[in-house]
Design a protein around this ligand. Structure first.
Ligand code: AQP
Length: 352
């Protein structure tokens, strides 16, 4: 069989996967989760767990692509698990575990490093954004990050991946890697081509200080984001300070095109209330932000208060969270182990 060097050509074999459907996603333990993580991904985890087999990871191996204080990494990992549980992910329905506890991630990532092409990784915009002008000084891990992400998903042969819009390009790379593996080793349909689940008004929540940047844990300004742990007063203050303009809330979506900060606030309102953006505009058109921002703050507080209460309860009971993580790691390893046996066999390793 001939290895395809550039992933161009008509003979790709991946679309004919006929295994079970499975959902996989993860979040990095790099700090408290924010409204973007919650609306972009976590709410979808909760919606999906009733209908699908779900595997939700805390991706601590991804986190260490930038330096993490060893004194904090374990507690940060527990905090993300607590946030999953507080948001409503049910460990009886979905698997919750830390990535570093399941060896399949690193092993498959290495195999995929040998399948993915350097040129593919060089096109990843998130690497360019995160490395900035410093691209020679960042870790090799940060560069290979999307390969590990492909391994995360495919070590479970996951078919669907709920993520925010920022992950779209990485998901396309996962599909390219799956397709090239199937093709190179002559195993059509061995790996599925995972589908991103990105829809909805929460798929891209922007910074409250700059409508051109996504809301992010690593933004130095805490006022740029609403953290799931923020109290009511802090949430109200952050929305009050959110950047807008001197105009009013418009009466149609097209008028939001040149007003990214206003569009963001309307999108957050829509995502939290379950209304469409058009319905939100219908309710607030012609009002000033002195009216809209407090209404948005009240809605966010009402929505997030029970989550932050439960989150604090879990953080007060770390043993309970650890029990979920340990049991989740066992279940995750049991799913990935036979898949990895097959991968080694397909690749022809000794002893398989
Ligand atoms: N602003 C966002 N809007 C919608 N979804 C978002 N996600 C992240 N930011 C937004 C989604 O949240 C999930 C988990 O993200 P992550 O923790 O793995 O890392 P990230 O995407 O790099 O998130 P951050 O907050 O920006 O972290 P830092 O600052 O550490 O890089 C993913 O599904 C992501 O799409």
């Amino acid at each position: 069989m001939k290895q395809n060097q550039d992933n161009k050509g008509a003979d790709y074999q991946g679309a004919d996967y006929n295994g079970p459907s499975r959902v996989f996603s993860g979040m990095q333990p790099t700090g408290a989760l924010h409204l973007g993580n919650y609306l972009g991904a976590l709410t979808k985890f909760v919606d999906l767990q009733d209908e699908h087999e779900c595997v939700f990871c805390i991706v601590d191996l991804h986190a260490v692509t930038v330096f993490q204080d060893p004194k904090l990494l374990a507690s940060q990992t527990r905090e993300i698990a607590a946030a999953y549980l507080a948001a409503g992910v049910d460990p009886d329905k979905a698997i919750i575990y830390p990535q570093s506890q399941v060896a399949a991630h690193t092993e498959l990532a290495w195999f995929f490093n040998c399948v993915a092409r350097v040129g593919w990784l060089s096109r990843m915009t998130q690497f360019k954004d995160k490395a900035g002008k410093n691209s020679q000084a960042v870790s090799v891990g940060l560069y290979a990050y999307p390969v590990l992400q492909a391994a995360d998903i495919l070590a479970f042969k996951a078919t669907h991946v709920p993520v925010g819009e920022d992950q779209k390009q990485h998901l396309e790379l996962s599909r390219d890697i799956a397709q090239k593996f199937n093709n190179d080793f002559g195993v059509p349909g061995f790996f599925p081509l995972p589908e991103p689940l990105i829809k909805g008004p929460g798929a891209r929540i922007m910074s409250l200080r700059d409508g051109s940047k996504k809301m992010s844990k690593s933004d130095p300004s805490d006022n740029s984001r609403i953290n799931l742990t923020d109290d009511a007063e802090t949430i109200a203050k952050k929305f009050r300070k959110a950047r807008t303009d001197a105009g009013m809330v418009p009466d149609n979506i097209d008028a939001l095109a040149e007003r990214p900060e206003v569009k963001n606030l309307v999108g957050i309102y829509a995502a939290l209330s379950g209304m469409s953006e058009t319905q939100v505009l219908g309710e607030y058109a012609g009002q000033g932000f002195g009216v809209f921002k407090p209404a948005l703050a009240d809605l966010a507080v009402e929505h997030l208060r029970p989550i932050s209460t439960r989150l604090n309860d879990y953080l007060d009971n770390p043993d309970e969270v650890d029990k979920v993580l340990r049991s989740g790691a066992e279940k995750a390893a049991a799913i990935s182990a036979p898949i990895m046996d097959d991968v080694r066999r397909v690749m022809g390793f000794w002893g398989t």
